[in-house]
Structure formats: structure tokens, C-alpha cells
Design a protein around this ligand. Structure first.
Ligand SMILES: [Zn+2]
Length: 609
């Protein structure tokens, strides 16, 4: 089977298609879209249409057919439509008898009321359409050109932002060279803010959605820097047009990568302080980086896709781990953060977070990747105790690998060179992805270092990673800190009280209707040792009723280090236990004492920008 997600707009101009989707929005206010699929040049007795069960990049069975309704089929003979019999072959595959006709039509509605980067959201103000969750494919004909006609009211919704290519000047017909490109091209329709800009002679678009005050021109300026910085790493831009879709709505987050676009979701509060703004810029760097790493450089099972079932790969350490390492590194290379800020982000958001995952001793990052469908994407409250995220641990492994390569080549090569070798491999053979074996061999050749055994040890093992041994090469060491009390002072610096740090119990507690319910307990933590479990209710501390997290923190820190009696409830019955909170531990990357010239030089090469 041939596979390609490469498409240039000029290839679709004035094209014709025998598979066409017409999408109507008359019921948008009710979160409904209508879809008509017209398939012509039919030569078989039956046509099978399939609704995908998952969206590439998001490893969870979502059974998009569940949102579909009012399904009907027709055969079309000389322009006359006759109702056609249909049957479901399985939960998502529809078989239509053609009775010798050369064209068929299938109509249905899709309920679109889930605002995430891999699902549809449509209301009276806009439509965010994910084709993979909306448009069934025609079995056996996925390699043909597909057209999409969007019947929106252009006065209400003036803008359509998508990587699908315009077919004509009617402003409503778009095309894809094949179904994979269609499935990979989200569509944003509405009155959102649009900015067009050129970087390195290539057209880019920003679609900024949501009714919050975000400075689109500021965002464009940051995107220009991101594109220039990442294009420098990969020595060019591999597309003719790219669309950044940015959603700003309360309570959302995350992103999803595509071949010529990305969807990036942020809460409006994101732009209110520097740390959160850096998170947004890091997200934009991350999803944009994916256009190379995972959309093109990829494991062999992730393109071509089987849209009907789970696809297992141990290589998400590459797809997501490497991307997670580079997102903050690129944020730094873009000049958005200082060296100290970047090192602090590595300490806080990468290493400290991983150190708080007891599951890193229970499952390897490769297994966590293979089982992503059941683990990361279907997390139980006990997840943190059972496995490490391949984003988190995969990213830290890539940090160590980068420094390992720098050390073994005296700073002449880095992970950048391994990455460029993977990119060259894609360009040689874009139709086929790589095995893990081949991937590591290419990376080794790219930087001239044999690291297979070391890397596979980190990826397949469950021991603590050798932070200090590796990071010392760039003059860094890990320092563990426990937060201590801080004096509160007013006016002439007269201390009048002190704030205790939040006592560490290892349980996550949430207030629900005046009750404190345990949502998670870290293995080996004070709460774990006290026998407190998920779904228990914390009723009282030292015989004093607690109804809020603030009160719980206060009682558990009076005095710091003391042991407390906990009254809790499980299954409708009260029980008593003792808990001794400790201090929160964090890890920071600090400079080694008296760094050598070599350590200083390797640091400078590593963090050159
Ligand atoms: Zn990602």
C-alpha cells in the first residue's frame, strides 16, 4: 500500500474527485453537522464505508461511529436516487449494495460537542471539524483524491482555516490527495482571527479562535521565530503552506500534530504570567516539531494507519519523548527563556516530575509506549505508581543521550545530528517508516557514536537514570531541595509570622460538596504508609473536622514534622490512622563546583543558540 501525507496546494487546484463529502451546518447550534458522501465510478456489487475508531497521534479507541446517526444510503442511476439496503459489518463499517449502479450516496449526522484536539466541536458560533472523526473512508479507495464541500453561511462564518487545499475559487471546496491527508487536516470555520505571514518564502497562517483578548500580532512574531529556529535545525521547510490553529477557551489544554497544521489549545490565563506563557510557546514548538518527528520521521506502524484498531509500538520514546526534550530546548533556542530559566525548567518540569513517579521502577518506557492505549490514555488513579509516561521519561532519556553524544564526540556532534540523519532517511523513503532497530542505527551513524546498548538500557530498564554521571559532562549536578518555612514580613522587614511549606502526604485530595475525597496516593508516601486509599474521605485531623484542602494543610503542618491522627471514611464506615507528613522534595540542576574547561566548553556547545 502506498502512503504519503505530502501535498502541495497546486496539486489540487481544479482537480476532480469521485469521492466527495458535503458538510452542512444548518443545525450547528444543536451541535450537529450533516454529511453526504457521494461515491462515483463504482464498479463493485458492494461498497463499504468505515468510520475510524481513533485519531492518529492520540492512542485511544474513541469509536467515532458512536457520534453518528440518521444513516441512510442511496444508489444513483442517471441522476435518480433510490434508497439502498445497508448493513453494518461491524461497529463502524457500513456495507451498501450497489445493484449495478455506478454511484452511491450515504447521508448521516454527527453530534459534535466535545472540545478536544481530536474530536469535533460545533455550535452556533463556529465549527471545529476533525475529518478523522467525521468522514468515513471508502474501503479500497483511500488513495484517490477526496473533495470536501463546506456549506457554511459565509456572512456568519467568513473564515475557513485548514491545510486541505482549495480546489476552486468558490471558497467552499477543498481537496486532499488521499484519505490519509484528509484525516490529518482539521478544519476551523467561523469568525476567528486570521493572520497570513511568510517565513523563508513559505506561506503560514494563524487561526486564532476564542473570544479572549490575545494579541495576534505578538503571537505571529513568536511563530516566525519558532519556524525559523526549527527550520534551521532541519535545514529547510518541507511544505508549501502551514496552518497554526490556536484555541483559547477556558479549561482546555494540549495539542495535536498534523502534516501541514497543528491544533494548539490553551486556557486564557496562559498569557497572564511568564511561566505559563513559556508553556504555551513550548506547546507551539512541540506540535510544530512533530511535522518532522512523527508525521514524517516515524515508526513503521504509524503511517500507513489501520484506523480500525490499536497499533502498538515501543517507539513513542522517539515520537513523544524526543519531542518533549526538544520543545523546551527549542523554546530556549528561540530566545524565549534564558539559560538559567531553561535549566530550571529541566529540573522542575522534567526531572522533579519524573522523580515523583514511583511507576518508573515498575515498567520500562518502551513498555509504557506499547501499552499507551491502556495506560497513558486510560489512566487509573493508581497509574503513577505503575508506569512512567513515555513523554516524561522519554524526554529525560533524550536529554541524557544528547549529553552522552556531546561527551563521546568532544562536542563535535549532538542529538541534532542524529535527528538530521533520521530526516535524511525520511526523504530517501517517505512511504515507509522505521523499525526501532533501523532508527537507532541511523541515529548512531548520524553522530558517529555507538550508543545502542546504553540507550536500550535506559529505555528497557527500570533503574534510576544516571543523572549525575552524564550531566557532569556539561558541568551540572542534581541537587535535592526540601522546601523550608519562609518568614512573612511587612513594612520595615519586620517578620511577624512564617508560612510553613505545604506538608507532603503523597495523596491528592479534592473538595466535593464540603467533603475531602482522596483521588490519588503515591506509593511509599506518608499517606500510602498510613493506609489511606483512593475514594476514602478525610473527615478529621486530630479530632478536628476538615472540609477544605487549605484546612487540611493547616492542621497537618501544626507543628511541622508532627504525627497526626486521621479520621477517614471508607465504604460508609469510619476508621482511624496515623500520618506523619514530610517535606516536598524538588530537584534542581546546579553548576558543579570548580567546573573544568572541558565541562564549560561542552555546556556552551550544548546550549549554543
Ligand atoms: Zn506530542
Amino acid at each position: 500500500m502506498s502512503y504519503s501525507i505530502e501535498q502541495r496546494d497546486e496539486q489540487l487546484l481544479q482537480s476532480t474527485a469521485d469521492i466527495m463529502y458535503t458538510v452542512g451546518f444548518e443545525d450547528a447550534s444543536r451541535h450537529l453537522v450533516t454529511v453526504t458522501i457521494t461515491v462515483s465510478k463504482v464498479t463493485t456489487e458492494e461498497v463499504t464505508l468505515v468510520m475510524p475508531s481513533w485519531a492518529p497521534g492520540s492512542y485511544k479507541i474513541r469509536d467515532f461511529a458512536g457520534h453518528q446517526g440518521n444513516v441512510e444510503a442511496w444508489i444513483v442511476n442517471n441522476g435518480v436516487r433510490t434508497k439502498a439496503p445497508l448493513r453494518w459489518r461491524d461497529k463502524a463499517s457500513l456495507v451498501i449494495s450497489t445493484r449495478g449502479a455506478t454511484a452511491i450516496e450515504v447521508t448521516y449526522v454527527v453530534y459534535c460537542n466535545e472540545r478536544t484536539v481530536r474530536t469535533n466541536h460545533v455550535n452556533r458560533f463556529h465549527a471545529s471539524i476533525m475529518p478523522v472523526a467525521t468522514m468515513m473512508y471508502v474501503e479500497g479507495r483511500t488513495n484517490e483524491i477526496h473533495h470536501v464541500v463546506l456549506l457554511r453561511d459565509a456572512k456568519q462564518w467568513p473564515h475557513i482555516s485548514t491545510a486541505l487545499s482549495p480546489v476552486s475559487s468558490d471558497g467552499r471546496t477543498f481537496g486532499a490527495l488521499n484519505y490519509d491527508v484528509l484525516a490529518d487536516s482539521p478544519i476551523e470555520i467561523g469568525s476567528h482571527t486570521v493572520r497570513m505571514f511568510n517565513v523563508l518564502g513559505v506561506r503560514h497562517e494563524l487561526a486564532l479562535c476564542g473570544n479572549h483578548q490575545v494579541d495576534a500580532d505578538w503571537l505571529v512574531a513568536q511563530l516566525v521565530t519558532i519556524v525559523e529556529t526549527e527550520a534551521r535545525l532541519f535545514e529547510g521547510i518541507p511544505y508549501d503552506r502551514y496552518v497554526f490553529i490556536v484555541w483559547v477557551y477556558p479549561g482546555i489544554g494540549g495539542g495535536l500534530e498534523h502534516g501541514r497544521s497543528s491544533v494548539n489549545a490553551v486556557d486564557p490565563s496562559t498569557l497572564l504570567d511568564k511561566a505559563k506563557t513559556l508553556d504555551l510557546l513550548s506547546l507551539l514548538c512541540h506540535e510544530y516539531f512533530h511535522l518532522w518527528n512523527i508525521k514524517r520521521i516515524r515508526p513503521d506502524v504509524l503511517g500507513p494507519f489501520d484506523y480500525t484498531k490499536e497499533t502498538l509500538t515501543p517507539m513513542l520514546w522517539l515520537a513523544e519523548g524526543l519531542t518533549s526534550y526538544y520543545d523546551d530546548l527549542l523554546t530556549y533556542r528561540c530566545g524565549f527563556s534564558t539559560e538559567r530559566e531553561y535549566l530550571d525548567i529541566l529540573g522542575k518540569d522534567h526531572i522533579t516530575r519524573l522523580m515523583r513517579v514511583p511507576g518508573r521502577f515498575r515498567m520500562s518506557v518502551r513498555d509504557s509506549s506499547s501499552l499507551a492505549w491502556l495506560k497513558l490514555y486510560m489512566q487509573s488513579p493508581d497509574a503513577n505508581n505503575r508506569f512512567p509516561s513515555y513523554y516524561l521519561k522519554g524526554g529525560v532519556v533524550c536529554l541524557l543521550l544528547d549529553v552522552y553524544i556531546l561527551d563521546h564526540t568532544d562536542g563535535k556532534r549532538s542529538l541534532d545530528d542524529a535527528l538530521r540523519a533520521l530526516w535524511a532517511r525520511y526523504k530517501e523513503n517517505p512511504a515507509i517508516g522505521m523499525s526501532e532497530q533501523e532508527c537507532i542505527a541511523i541515529m548512531e551513524r548520524g553522530c558517529g557514536v555507538q550508543f545502542r546498548d546504553v540507550l536500550m538500557g535506559w529505555l528497557s530498564g527500570t533503574e534510576e537514570l544516571p543523572y549525575d554521571a552524564i550531566l557532569a559532562h556539561v558541568g551540572l549536578t542534581l541537587q535535592m531541595n526540601t522546601r523550608t518555612a519562609e518568614a512573612i514580613s511587612f513594612g520595615e522587614n519586620r517578620a511577624f509570622a512564617s508560612t510553613s511549606p505545604s506538608p507532603f502526604t503523597g495523596m491528592m485530595v479534592r473538595e466535593e460538596s464540603g467533603r475531602l475525597l482522596v483521588k490519588m496516593v503515591e506509593e511509599g508516601s506518608p499517606a500510602w504508609l498510613a493506609g489511606v486509599a483512593v475514594d476514602d474521605e478525610i473527615v478529621a485531623v486530630d479530632q478536628r473536622r476538615v472540609t477544605s484542602v487549605a484546612l487540611l494543610d493547616q492542621y497537618l503542618s501544626e507543628p511541622p514534622g508532627a504525627s497526626h491522627q486521621i479520621t477517614a471514611q471508607c465504604d460508609g464506615r469510619l476508621y482511624e490512622t496515623q500520618i506523619t507528613p514530610t517535606s516536598v522534595q524538588t530537584w534542581k540542576l546546579i553548576n558543579v563546583a570548580n567546573p573544568t574547561t572541558r565541562q564549560k566548553e561542552l555546556r556552551a556547545i550544548w546550549l549554543k543558540r
